[in-house]
Design a protein around this ligand. Structure first.
Ligand code: NAD
Ligand code: GLY
Length: 358
């Protein structure tokens, strides 16, 4: 078991990474003090892990809400369902909401916790690779709007992130690959050595090797914790964590969150960010080829059919990084060297979209 820290003053919290601790009552008592607990999960994860988690939370009062599965259910209506359960059970301000599941459950449970009685405690028990390396850390919570991805939300830090890597044993391989997109992202943003390690170990990771997965979860959480610790509210550096996301979110929105997993859309988004970096003269085509190659070897798309570049561009224009009507992009000056810019030529953006979409 290993503990990392997100250093945010009075809102600091631990990220606990270990194998098989879901039934460890003393660990949950240590990190989650509330007497009244609402566990939020979904129809896929609850049958696998709810009983074990619930046993380690009792004898406290534990209520569970089971939501439908999938990105298309990351809606205000489902957050309202969580809030209804909190009200119906007369949970007070001293309760805590516990998210058991992937990023979809975590984002919604966190948003409900951010808004119930103006904010109650919240813990993340992430069960997908994507949630263990990214979404459970950093306090971004929220839901999708038909007009755009994650358009409604709040910053609300958890009191603890408890990542039991044994839960990954039941994760479908398509979901494992999707989670690796966010891992590749960290290497591209700021750690060329980690990117090279991923190139060398991608087959081991895809085979589900526990030690290799443990390494990427630790390194990813370290990088995310450091960046969030320096820029919690995304006034600057944290925007780098959106590498590939302006492109990827457009793919998700254009396909109504049904065709591609979030991580798959981000895989294609990383490739488009690399292409745009080459088109803008920041990255060599050899470096871009390394990105395309690793994304492809991970089994993620490098080209997305049936999404028109114009429609994607329309979605990009309501991205949260738009400032003064201008889409700001996260680009690469090299592997491990991401930066944010609004200085680029529109035709280069059109060429990039035309190359990888449609
Ligand atoms: P997800 O929550 O939909 O989980 C993927 C699938 O795996 C689901 O069908 C889920 O039920 C299933 N599942 C979960 N754990 C399992 C397990 N252990 N065994 C078997 N099946 C399991 O998707 P995700 O990829 O975890 O998260 C994607 C979401 O996270 C997106 O909505 C994205 O916007 C969000 N996100 C948020 C942040 C953030 O900072 N808040 C960061 C990155 C992504
Ligand atoms: N996934 C982007 C962020 O947490 O900032």
């Amino acid at each position: 078991m290993e503990t990392l820290h997100v250093a945010l003053g009075s809102r600091s919290y631990p990220i606990i990474i270990g194998q098989g601790f879901l039934g460890d009552r003393s660990l949950f008592e240590q990190h989650l003090r509330a007497r009244d607990l609402l566990v939020v999960s979904n129809t896929v994860v609850a049958p696998l892990y709810l009983e074990s988690l619930q046993a380690s939370l009792e004898p406290r009062r534990v209520v569970a809400t089971i939501l439908p599965d999938g990105e298309s259910h990351k809606t205000l209506a489902n957050v309202a369902r969580i809030l209804d359960v909190l009200v119906a059970n007369r949970f007070g301000r001293d309760c805590a909401v516990v998210a058991l599941g992937g990023g979809v459950v975590g984002d919604m449970a966190g948003f409900a916790a951010a808004t119930y009685q103006r904010g109650v405690a919240f813990a993340q028990v992430p069960t997908t690779l994507l949630a263990q390396v990214d979404s459970s850390v950093g306090g971004k919570t929220g839901v999708n709007h038909p007009g755009g991805k994650n358009l409604i939300g709040a910053f609300h830090q958890p009191v603890a992130v408890m990542a039991d890597t044994r839960t990954l044993a039941t994760l479908p391989s398509r979901e494992l690959r999707a989670g690796l997109a966010e891992v590749i992202k960290y290497g591209l943003i700021c750690d060329a050595g980690f990117f090279a390690w991923l190139e060398a170990h991608i087959d081991t990771l895809l085979a589900g090797d526990a030690a290799a997965l443990g390494h990427v979860i630790r390194r990813s959480c370290e990088i995310k914790a450091e960046i969030v610790g320096r820029d919690e509210r995304e006034h600057g550096e944290r925007a780098l964590l959106n590498l590939g996301h302006t492109f990827g979110h457009a793919v998700e929105s254009a396909t109504r969150y049904t065709e591609w997993l979030h991580g798959e859309a981000i895989g294609a988004g990383l490739v488009m960010a690399a292409r745009m970096s080459v088109e803008s003269g920041h990255l060599t085509s050899e470096e871009m080829d390394r990105v395309v190659d690793l994304v492809a070897r991970t089994g993620l798309p490098t080209h997305v059919a049936n999404v028109s570049p114009d429609i994607a561009l329309g979605h990009m224009r309501i991205d949260k990084k738009v400032q003064a009507g201008r889409i700001r992009l996260v680009l690469l000056r090299g592997i491990g060297r991401a930066f944010v810019t609004a200085e680029y030529a529109e035709p280069a953006l059109h060429r990039t979209l035309a190359k990888h979409l449609g």
